[in-house]
Design a protein around this ligand. Sequence first.
Ligand code: MN
Length: 287
Amino acid sequence: MSAKSLARIIDTPSPHWVGDGFLVRPLFADLAFTNAVSPFLMLDYAAPVAFKPSEKPPGVGPHPHAGFETVTIVYDGEVEHRDSAGNTGVIGKGDVQWMTAARGVVHEEFHSREAAKRGGVVSMAQLWVNLPKADKSAPPAYQDIRDADIPRVELANGGGVARVIAGALDGAKGPARTFTPMNVWDLDLKAGASITLPLSEGENLILPIFHGAVRVAGKTIGAGKVALFEPAGDSVTIEALEPSRVLLLSGRPIDEPIAAYGPFVMNTRADIQKAMDDYNRGAMGFL
Ligand code: MN
């Protein structure tokens, strides 16, 4: 195996609120919506925040998405989802919601009613995954992936655990159905771990560090930062300097133009205009 080389360390961006429910940092910073991170588009990470008990769940009301997929991973608390394709669900700690917006969907994202009443800590990540042009017109879909359905792979020398959400590691196959080849592995690393993971030649590799600190390619990378690698090479070695959570994202780049405008990600400005028109005339449905 040959190690992928480090291209860049992305610094921790400032946080902003999504609705009144999620204080997120957009971890890809200026590389979001560029081919450098393809097939991924964007990653918001909400570090743990304690919420007071409330009868009115915090979150974000009805809004559209089109041309890509949203992947929500809950680390603490509960997130409740409802969309115009008729899908609803509450996901809790360790659960993942993989929503394919494709030709367009309207949804809302709130803390669950029950969790809001209790109050408490909420932490989550939302990853946006691009679709190839040919699949942007697919019907919307919704995968409700429970923690119990996500295989856990013990890492070498007791280094920790990888939860395989998408892709495959050591014969364990992630439950998420994806349109293009990718790995989404949620790594929980012990202090002192040194692990080498097999990847594919020519695929992008992005390592967001949610908490802790790791060493890769001779550099120390702390919480809130992202290591971006060159596509060449077929492995990565990660040393954990303290207990760390790392979301390993790798995948075959979608080599097509990206036109992004708010909640729509298409190939051209004309496609964006069409998505906006579709939304405005109600073709993405209603809540
Ligand atoms: Mn949304």
